[in-house]
Design a protein around this ligand. Structure first.
Ligand code: SF4
Ligand code: SF4
Length: 410
């Protein structure tokens, strides 16, 4: 049953999309590119020598104020490792909420959960939980690279972190903070893989194990990040967000990628009542079609139009973390009204932008091109059915509110 407040919020989104062709804005702020982990799938690993930067908190406040003034709904503080600057992130999240930002998110590689075997661990986690609970942060994701603890810890370079996560998750839940498990898909996500092309069966059982593993650790929300491999020649200066990698651990051939998206699409329904699974199946369906050579059955990304990225190096704004050659300059001075994507970009699979772009697309098509919407529906009958199922499921999940439990995932 929808509460009047929720109905009003839905109508506001609908009105903004259908009348003005805009969706609630999302700003990903890379607060720092400093990190203390060793993930091979990421250019920001601690062992990669380059000059690191963090944003100036005052500048960050100005950026947040501008976003709030322009009606942005969501801000994500990412890294590097955001928890290296925990006090600043807590303070900035309070500021964002005071400006009216509703969806405030951040995440961690979980390094603060290491040392579960040491005296004082539980007291330390209780203090951390109190600190986080006393903020308006709505969602906190904790990275997991594999359903095999040993593989995850070796990849991250964080020994013992899984035991600490298992101990910390219920302590945070007692304070009303329900953490999200965040799988960055890589070739090791189901354990060390065989030295051959990976197939549908391998991926299916891997995702099935991952969701069971997340549930067993106490998580009630789970998400996956699609693999972000880029060729070595494209690494130079292209992506501004160094979370891409040319390492083979995130490389999937085209047949592997198709099998991977299909397996994830098929596994999700089996876990959707035990865990709140953020990944929309309508988006997986569209990505599958795009990678099969039918981009017309996927939606262009809203990066650079309604979604933006702030880089920790220079504080400048970019259409996303990947179109590093297209700096938009200072976000505070950016004319957001003039940001219209000519590019119809589908260059990467970055779920932070691709998933919500797909979810909002039917509303935008309704305004921009109802004929195209009808045509897509006629040619791909599943498209609107999956979209509607995702919307209903999101509502059942209380829109993944990490500050409450929903009927799903208890
Ligand atoms: S994936 Fe995250 S934790 Fe790992 S090196 Fe990159 S920024 Fe650090
Ligand atoms: S598809 Fe990728 S590269 Fe293109 S705007 Fe979206 S996030 Fe950026």
């Amino acid at each position: 049953m929808l509460l009047p407040k929720q109905v009003a919020a839905h109508l506001a989104v609908l009105k903004r999309a259908v009348l003005h062709g805009r969706v609630p804005g999302q700003l990903v702020i890379q607060y720092t590119d400093r990190c203390n982990a060793q993930c091979p799938q990421c250019g920001m690993r601690a062992s990669n020598p380059y000059q690191r930067h963090s944003l100036d908190p005052e500048r960050c406040r100005q950026i947040i104020a501008k976003a709030a003034g322009q009606g942005f709904a969501a801000i994500s503080f990412t890294g590097g490792e955001p928890f290296l600057y925990l006090d600043e992130i807590c303070s900035l999240s309070r500021f964002a909420a005071s400006q009216g930002i509703k969806y405030i998110r951040t995440g961690t590689n979980g390094y603060l959960f290491c040392g579960a075997e040491r005296a004082g661990f539980l007291d330390r986690i209780r203090r951390l939980a109190d600190q986080l609970a006393d903020t308006p942060i709505r969602n906190i994701w904790v990275s997991l690279d594999s359903s095999d603890s040993g593989v995850h810890e070796q990849m991250r370079g964080l020994p013992g972190v899984v035991r600490g996560i298992e101990a910390a998750v219920p302590i945070l839940a007692e304070r009303g903070l329900h953490l999200s498990a965040n799988l960055g898909i890589n070739r090791n996500f189901a354990g060390w893989p065989p030295d051959k092309e990976l197939d549908y069966g391998y991926f299916y059982s891997g995702f099935d194990r991952f969701y069971r593993f997340a549930k067993s650790l106490g998580f009630s929300i789970a998400n996956v990040c699609y693999p972000m491999w880029s060729a070595p020649q494209d690494q130079e200066g292209a992506a501004v967000y160094a979370a891409t990698s040319s390492d083979q651990v995130v490389y999937f051939s085209r047949p592997e990628k198709l099998a991977l998206f299909q397996a994830l699409f098929d596994v999700i329904p089996h876990h959707r009542q035990q865990l709140r699974i953020f990944t929309p199946r309508s988006s997986l369906h569209a990505l599958f079609k795009q990678h099969r050579g039918q981009p017309q059955f996927s939606s262009p990304c809203l990066g650079g139009e309604d979604f933006f990225f702030i880089d920790s190096r220079d504080g400048n704004c970019y259409p996303c973390g990947y179109r590093g050659e297209e700096t938009l300059g200072s976000f505070e001075r950016l004319d957001l009204g003039g940001c219209r994507n000519q590019a119809e970009c589908r260059r990467c699979d970055w779920e932070c932008f691709r998933d919500p772009s797909e979810l909002f697309s039917p509303l935008l098509m309704l305004r921009r091109s109802p004929g195209e919407l009808l045509q897509r529906w006629q040619q791909d009958a599943q498209f609107l059915k999956l979209w509607w199922e995702d919307l209903r499921y999101y509502r059942q999940c209380d829109y993944f509110n990490g500050r409450s439990l929903s009927q799903v995932g208890r």
